[in-house]
Write a protein that binds this ligand. Structure first.
Ligand code: KG4
Ligand code: ZN
Length: 503
């Protein structure tokens, strides 16, 4: 029964449409908010077969948590938190600066992507072997205006015509998040736009609903997020309503790929995963008997630090060079040994993913039998071995598998804009930033401007079956409350997302 659906979902057809339309400005309410219904007067954007999708009361996901965003980037709840109709006339700008990509996109409420732009910082951080927060902030500051302008231009629209601006306010590097949030606040005040605070990890998961369709990726679904900064399995019951089945106790898989690739002397600009994957094709995955992580723990948590150490020890013993920086890659020296280590590392890394996903399906079905599908997102989802392994698991479980296309698996503006659409529809948006206050900000030292950032913002509570004693970041750092009621300490300036273990 699923074969057709699965084939359709695995291909994950994405509608990308560009259109030009002259939009006028719209009336404003006394509180500065813009009545969204007025956008019904706009001419439709683009031509062709736009996917019909209206995010309104009738189509609200079931089991949606009754959440207030509780973030306050704007001037309080939009229209007292009332749901609004979000449809083909709604235009949302999304801004993403949580880590090392400056990204923006304009997405229509019915899921049509009108324009997107991204400035990657891979070349800046590559030589350092990881994201350097100060450099990242400076690069965001330099790029943000141009990236937003490019997204608007590609969409053939202007800021005046937007319905709302959505922005990632956590989790991530606070000094980077600040750049995006300040840009969004300025635009909100200048153009009287509602502002939608977006959770970065939620956005990674929700973009699958844009790609495959809200009618295919219905709540509840299971999501595996696996990138350089995130490694978690969650049950998604509704927008803002998530349970963490498992997360990493130390490194994320992408991070382990990156570090191991560097130790192997591979080029890691833009992430070491693709280079390691390529080399692994030449290797014997059974040559090195690395351990499959966390076998003794029958839960859904991940750990990649031990596997990374095992690979490092093999490199030290059989290739030499010690800390990796000394291992020069000339393409020839001990190439077979390097390939065997790469293949053996990848085999066990993917085996660990496989075991955890299988258990997560069982766990999720115990209390959520009606899962619609499995969503996989994050940069590591581009890996062919990962893909083929996960396809098989989904088939065995008789669940469709949704991979957003790689450019929307990695950090991007589309996921933020779409998440903004979903939240806006549910009334999880805030009124425009007060223009007088924003004028005052212009005369202040930017560092003194109060900005409600959520660098550590759990997407939800941990499942009761998950490892309790290993929420190490909760013990050692200040953490905001989960997504459904963010209200915790907010600023941990200067820490690195990956170094700090934020998922
Ligand atoms: O989602 P993403 O762009 O950024 C975040 O970390 O949030 O993911 C980047 C990560 C990097 O660690 C990169 O090495 C990894 O995804 N990656 C891969 C592959 N392509 C990207 N890992 C393994 N195999 C790949 N083909
Ligand atoms: Zn991400």
């Amino acid at each position: 029964m699923y074969s057709t659906t699965r084939a359709m979902l695995t291909r994950c057809v994405v509608h990308v449409r560009r259109g030009v339309s002259a939009y006028g400005t719209f009336g404003r309410r006394r509180d500065g908010s813009r009545p969204l219904q007025q956008h019904a007067n706009k001419s439709a954007v683009g031509g062709g077969t736009a996917r019909t999708r209206t995010l309104s009361h009738a189509h609200a996901p079931k089991n949606t948590a009754d959440v207030s965003s509780g973030v306050f980037l704007g001037s309080g709840a939009l229209n007292a938190g009332a749901r609004v109709e979000v449809n083909a006339q709604t235009l949302v700008l999304g801004i993403e600066t949580s880590c090392d990509d400056t990204a923006a996109a304009v997405v229509r409420g019915d899921g049509v992507v009108l324009g997107e732009a991204i400035a990657s910082q891979a070349a800046i951080h590559g030589p350092w072997g990881g994201v350097v927060p100060n450099l990242a902030r400076a690069a965001h500051e330099e790029a943000i205006d141009a990236v937003v302008a490019a997204a608007l231009a590609e969409a053939g629209t202007t800021a005046e015509a937007l319905s709302a601006v959505a922005v990632t306010c956590g989790p991530g590097l606070s000094m980077c998040l600040r750049v995006g949030v300040r840009k969004a606040q300025k635009m909100s005040a200048q153009y009287c736009l509602p502002i939608v605070p977006v959770h970065h990890v939620e956005a990674h998961a929700l973009v699958a609903r844009l790609c495959a369709g809200t009618e295919a990726v219905t709540f509840p679904f299971l999501a595996l997020l696996v990138s350089g900064g995130h490694n978690m399995l969650i049950t998604a019951r509704g927008v803002g309503d998530y349970t963490i089945l498992g997360s990493t106790l130390d490194d994320a898989l992408g991070e382990a790929y990156d570090k191991t690739a560097r130790l192997l002397g591979l080029p890691v600009g833009g992430g070491g995963g693709p280079a390691l994957e390529k080399l692994a094709l030449e290797g014997d995955p059974t040559k090195y008997k690395f351990p499959v992580p966390l076998r003794q723990r029958k839960n859904c948590d991940f750990s990649y630090a031990g596997l990374k150490t095992a690979a490092r020890m093999a490199i030290d013993a059989d290739i030499g060079g010690g800390d990796g920086d000394d291992v020069e890659w000339d393409g020839l020296d001990k190439r077979q040994t390097r390939a065997d280590i790469a293949a053996s590392f990848q085999a066990k890394a993917v085996k660990h993913l496989e075991e955890r996903l299988k258990r997560a399906i069982v766990w999720a079905r115990e209390d959520t039998p009606d899962l619609s599908c499995i969503v996989v997102a994050g940069g590591v989802a581009a890996n062919a071995t990962v893909r083929s392994t996960l396809v098989k698991i989904a088939e065995d479980a008789d669940l469709p598998l949704v991979f957003p296309p790689p450019k929307w698996c990695t950090d991007n503006g589309v996921m933020v804009a779409w998440s903004g659409c979903e939240r806006l529809a549910l009334g999880l948006a805030e009124s425009a930033v007060d223009a007088d206050l924003e004028r005052k900000h212009e005369t202040m030292d930017p560092r003194d401007i109060h900005c409600n950032l959520l660098p550590r913002w759990p997407i939800g509570e941990k499942d009761s079956r998950a490892t309790r004693e290993n929420i190490k970041s909760a013990k050692t750092a200040r953490i905001a409350d989960p997504l459904r009621g963010a209200d915790g300490d907010r600023d941990i300036s200067g820490s690195s997302v990956r170094a700090a273990g934020i998922e």
